[in-house]
Design a protein around this ligand. Structure first.
Ligand code: C2O
Ligand code: CU
Length: 433
């Protein structure tokens, strides 16, 4: 096979792999003659820019900014994004984190496409089939290119408007400086007294981050682009947002016109208000919302007890050689990258996976192309709203049972979204037979 680069290292491409004919995914790819509803060109450059006050960053931009522009679509629309590489020497791709795109649009360099070299372009086409909060980022040397700026938000609005004020809060670290939407200070969102405001928090950092609200109770209405069922009001409790994950908070603005502060990992974040934006900072609450029991149960649409496949994804660490470099490397079921066997499924399978971690560190695990429902943590069953994830924080010593339906044929990464960990081999793949 030809040498290609994924996650910052050369891996051998499965040169003779021909994807099996699986379930028809034309609903996602859409008729090739169908006119795109949302059409965007993103041009990537190597550039020195100023995301935070007074600080210059050597990095990469999309259309001259980092984060790149927020892409807005409505559920059901066909999105077409043309990615142009003007001057990023290592080549680039775009991955649509949390959108269950057709495999050819997944943007994984070395697996679903080759990286786009300088002077090249690539067009991604997919139907934004569900409303929710997503993001996009380069998936070529991602530990380096995401950190340096090749990322942005993707918001898919429901086909019927909700009437809520809508704000995006993309958390990112530039050279150690914490920013929201590329700024160091507060992001202000206009919301009048009595209004409902939805704040879409996107965590693009390598670690989980707490989010809390001062000045009003809130409801956590969606996680990883999926609405929760009957979420109740939360007060004095923080929400942890997984690395790569998203949390949508809905705040009922106070009738007396006082502003509300949504803290994103620290004193700053989003201030919602109409006249005043001087909402005081409040300390982080000690309690954290447990999604295992939040919201009300509802059918998940399949029976995880009648699983067709049961897999274990057991994360450990041991000394060895990776690309000839000695070190202490991550293992999956005892195997080191790239010798991790693929998880093989057939279209339509109900898949259960037990993710365990005894590696000494925390890992935010991200599955491409699918959403999985959390069944239990440490043997404690989920009792709240179906908790659908594409990014799940698995602490050292923890284990989760998750389940999903294999309904999107292709080869899909299932990796740690602490991106340096992925570059250190915490990567496995799901493949359809
Ligand atoms: Cu957000 Cu494989 O990544
Ligand atoms: Cu990790």
């Amino acid at each position: 096979g030809h040498g290609v680069t994924a996650m910052g290292r050369d891996v051998a491409a499965p040169a003779d792999h021909v994807p099996a004919p699986g379930r028809d995914v034309t609903s996602l790819t859409a008729d090739p003659r169908r006119e795109a509803d949302v059409r965007v060109t993103l041009t990537a450059r190597k550039q020195r820019f100023r995301p935070a006050a007074g600080r210059l960053v050597d990095g990469y931009t999309l259309n001259g900014t980092s984060p790149g522009p927020v892409i807005h679509a409505t559920a059901g629309q066909l999105v077409e994004v043309r990615l142009v590489n003007e001057s990023v020497p290592d080549g680039i791709t775009l991955h649509w984190h949390g959108v269950d795109v057709p495999n050819a649009a997944d943007g994984v360099a070395g697996v679903t496409q080759d990286a786009v070299g300088v002077g090249g372009s690539f067009t991604y086409r997919f139907v934004a089939d569900r409303a929710g909060t997503f993001w996009y980022h380069s998936h070529q040397m991602s530990h380096e290119q995401v950190r340096r700026g090749l990322l942005g938000a993707l918001v898919v609005a429901p086909a019927k408007g909700t009437g809520a004020v809508d704000g995006v809060a993309l958390l990112h670290l530039y050279d150690g400086v914490r920013t929201v939407n590329g700024r160091e200070g507060d992001v202000r969102v206009e919301a009048s007294p009595g209004a409902r405001a939805r704040v879409r928090v996107i965590n693009t950092e390598n670690g989980q981050t707490p989010v809390w609200v001062g000045g009003a109770p809130f409801r956590l209405v969606a996680v990883d682009g999926t609405d929760l069922n009957e979420p109740g009001p939360v007060r004095g409790t923080a929400v942890m947002v997984t690395a790569g994950g998203r949390a949508d908070l809905e705040v009922a603005m106070p009738e007396d016109g006082s502003p509300v502060r949504v803290h994103i990992g620290g004193p700053t974040g989003v201030v919602l208000g109409s006249r005043a934006y001087d909402a005081p900072a409040v300390p982080r609450p000690a309690a954290t919302l447990d999604l295992l029991s939040y919201g009300a149960p509802a059918p998940i649409g399949f029976d995880p007890d009648a699983a067709d496949r049961r897999f274990v994804y057991d994360i450990g660490r041991r000394p060895g050689f990776l690309d000839g470099r000695p070190g202490l490397w991550w293992t999956v079921n005892g195997h080191m990258f790239p010798d991790v066997p693929m998880y093989v499924v057939a279209p339509g399978d109900v898949v259960r996976m037990r993710i365990g971690n005894h590696s000494g560190e925390t890992h935010p695990m991200h599955l491409h192309g699918h959403h999985a429902v959390v069944l239990s943590r440490g043997g404690v069953r989920a009792t709240g709203s179906p908790w659908w994830v594409d990014s799940l924080e698995v602490g050292n010593g923890e284990w989760y049972d998750i389940a999903f339906v294999a309904d999107n044929p292709g080869i899909w990464m299932d990796h740690c979204h602490n991106l340096p960990h992925a570059a250190e081999g915490l990567v496995a793949h799901l493949m359809y037979e």
